[in-house]
Design a protein around this ligand. Structure first.
Ligand code: ADP
Ligand code: MG
Length: 242
């Protein structure tokens, strides 16, 4: 595996059972992403884009094929290890607002850092060495992120007091809190007006340029083509169209 490769998928097959029938969604699919690469995925509704992101995000392990994160075989990683890897190396942004309503924006952004230190504090849960290393440089505090996103004024507001665009950008800051190498965004602009979508696209470009790989699913062709490469999901496979 190439040194810059963060995630690599080989021969991925995924089907869902519906009653006695099997519905094939992903078929012998290959995919890989390198450090700082910005990839978008387009394709019709129901073609398997979210299914793929769930597997890439280590949220679904019921598949056939190989998934490697930093060369580590995810087929051999247990749930604990995968939870740890998600917290340390992956960030997630979804279409719908996922902020916790009873916490401020700052508290929401700090959540992943709290979870990680809690995990480390519990002796029973072995957090591997890379988690310790992450403390040194790659993490970014909520205050720093808010400054970088030019959103300092919403630091102490609650989710119900901010706009849809601000909520989505707060979710993005939360996803970046632990310094992930890969940001996974499933239709991040799906619910936003054009000017907020544009802001999110600018954020994603900046994130990729700073070295965090970005994989984004979108219905918006214009946004899709702002990525370095564009893949179309069709018949269970990915076809490169840019
Ligand atoms: N949990 C599930 N159980 C059964 N079928 C599912 C499940 N999730 C998705 N599917 C089916 O798999 C196909 C791909 O879904 P999805 O990955 O959500 O597509 P997309 O994100 O491209 O719209 C669809 O036919 C969908 O109905
Ligand atoms: Mg989807």
């Amino acid at each position: 595996m190439e040194k810059q490769t963060i995630l690599e998928i080989k021969g991925l097959n995924k089907s869902y059972k519906q009653g006695r029938e099997e519905i094939k969604v992903l078929e012998n699919l290959d995919f890989s992403i390198r450090r700082g690469e910005f990839v978008s995925i387009v394709g019709p509704s129901g073609s398997g884009k979210s299914t793929l992101l769930n597997i890439i995000g280590l949220l679904d392990h019921e598949y056939n094929g190989k998934v490697y994160l930093f060369g580590e075989d995810m087929g051999k990683a247990d749930e604990l290890r995968k939870a740890e890897l998600r917290l340390m190396h992956l960030g997630f942004v979804f279409q719908f607002d996922s902020l916790l309503p009873e916490f401020t924006v700052t508290e929401n952004i700090e959540m992943p850092a709290m979870l990680l230190s809690q995990k480390k504090a519990k002796e029973k849960i072995p957090v591997k060495k890379e988690a310790e290393e992450k403390d040194e440089g790659s993490k970014t505090s909520a205050a720093e992120l808010l400054k970088r996103f030019n959103l300092e004024e919403i630091a102490d507001k609650f989710p119900m007091e901010i706009s849809g665009g601000e909520k989505q950008r707060s979710a993005m800051m939360r996803a970046l809190r632990n310094g992930p190498e890969l940001l996974i965004a499933d239709e991040p602009t799906g619910n936003l007006d054009p000017s907020n979508s544009e802001l999110i696209m600018k954020d994603l470009r900046r994130i990729a340029d700073s070295g965090t790989a970005v994989i984004m699913v979108t219905h918006n062709e214009k946004s899709a083509f702002e990525a370095d490469s564009v893949l179309r999901m069709e018949n269970g496979r990915l076809e490169k169209i840019k």
